[in-house]
Write a protein that binds this ligand. Structure first.
Ligand SMILES: O=c1ccn([C@@H]2O[C@H](COP(=O)(O)O)[C@@H](O)[C@H]2O)c(=O)[nH]1
Length: 234
């Protein structure tokens, strides 16, 4: 683990490809309640401008590009991401130890450096999906295996389902340790393509340090209200 920027309790996943939609959502959300996650859809369509718009409104930004490539390529991508002045960057733990170490070295450990975390098993995957790609002992075991590798490489934490969060907090303890959990669904909301889902309050109770929530907020008639309702539940 290294020194890094503080993290918000909620990152809203701003998955959109059009400037008007992105700016509209940014305007509807309260920066005192959340950070913004810019992922593949918004970044591919709009580039670093999307990060800049969020930062101008006062949101900490999680650049969720899940780098997964040879060590040199991932290190250079991490350097470029750090230059965008974001709070959080991620890679895929399945890229292996040397790739994780290269990412760690590239990001460094300055106080204003982004935190660096690794995706273990996507929250859209359940045990049957993992079996199809050759992982026969289930999500929990695979998350644990990849998280240990991530910790050994000195990263600040992991992305996983909040179902696995308490075991992850033991590997990434204290203020600096990060357990970032997508697949969060308020009771009664649609699961969509997610599989290992948990409610917001259960996620925090299990030890998640930041929740990633997209469609339950962004697809609501009033995204600002939907965010406030989730915060009130916590
Ligand atoms: O394991 C993972 C890693 C990343 N994500 C991302 O989080 C959001 C979730 O959006 P919802 O609309 O709340 O489902 C999305 O941007 C994913 O790319 C994830 O879901 N699971």
């Amino acid at each position: 683990m290294a020194r890094h920027r503080p993290q918000p309790r909620i990152y809203v996943a701003l998955d959109a490809a059009h400037e008007g939609r992105v700016r509209g959502l940014l305007g509807a959300l309260d920066p005192s309640l959340c950070g913004i996650k810019i992922g593949k859809e918004a970044f591919t369509a709009l580039g670093p401008k999307a990060i800049e718009w969020a930062r101008q409104r006062g949101f900490p930004v999680f650049l969720d590009l899940k780098f997964h490539d040879i060590p040199n390529t991932v290190a250079q991508a991490c350097r470029a991401a750090a230059d965008l002045d974001v709070a959080l960057v991620n890679v895929h733990a399945s890229g292996g130890r040397r790739m994780l170490e290269a990412a760690r070295e590239a990001i460094g450990g300055a106080e204003d450096a982004p935190a660096l975390i690794a995706v273990t098993v996507l929250t859209s995957m359940e045990d049957a999906d993992l079996a199809e790609v050759g992982v026969s002992d289930g999500a929990e075991a695979q998350v644990e295996r990849l998280a240990r590798l991530t910790a050994a490489a000195g990263l600040d934490g992991v992305v996983c389902s909040a179902r696995e969060a308490s075991a992850m907090r033991a590997l990434f303890p204290g203020e600096g340790g990060l357990v970032v959990t997508p697949g969060v669904r308020p009771a009664g909301s649609a699961r969509d393509d997610q599989r290992r889902v948990v409610t917001p309050s259960e996620a925090l109770a299990n030890g998640a340090t930041s929740l990633v929530i997209g469609r339950p907020i962004t697809a609501a008639g009033d995204p600002g209200r939907a965010l406030e309702a989730i915060v009130a539940e916590l």
